[in-house]
Design a binder for this molecule. Sequence first.
Ligand code: SF4
Ligand code: SF4
Length: 214
Amino acid sequence: MGSVKEYFTSLGTGIASLLKGMSVTGKEFVTPKITERYPEDRDTFKWPERFRAQLKFIYDAEGNHKCIACGTCERNCPNGTITIETKMVDTLTGKKKKLDKYFYDLGSCTFCQLCVTSCPTSAIEFDNDFEQAVFTRSKLVKQLNYLPEKEEPAPTPEQIAAAEAERQAKIAAAKAKAAALKAAKEGAAGAAPATDSGKNATVPVEPKEDKANA
Ligand code: SF4
Ligand code: SF4
């Protein structure tokens, strides 16, 4: 008798479990699908705008970027993904460091975005172009400043005049300082006392009483 009862109990439990599973399956059967059929749906495929796929330079319409070659991103990158090569150029106001080549190794980037957040000029950003598969690791090293670096603009006549005026002012200030120092030295030498601080000064001597004439 006991075995018959157990048989029907387990049968009921099995049927309940089957119905529960079928209800989940039926629910998912009518739920809209979110699975992407990539690459078949590449033309209609949508991915998050803020997805970090690779680092890139921000160029404006004239082909200018805002990188000042300060190296902050290179220093802040935790795994040496960024390598910056710079060069010195002559300008009206002296030598200036400029960007030559900016290398980014996509193969070692962890997409932490420290480089972007630490850049003082907002010169770099991540784009979401994720199709970066290549057959050779070396091809993952990209030069981000892919456009030719522009030469320093020629100075205007006003800038040349201002720089010359500044140079002359500096020369005049240096001359005035030197003259003042020289005058101070000469004045100090002329006002020096004949005796020193008392080491050799004469001390008045009290006349001694002549005991023999007293
Ligand atoms: S990208 Fe930004 S942080 Fe990096 S070198 Fe250029 S200016 Fe400096
Ligand atoms: S995202 Fe992180 S790992 Fe990648 S280049 Fe920037 S700082 Fe380096």
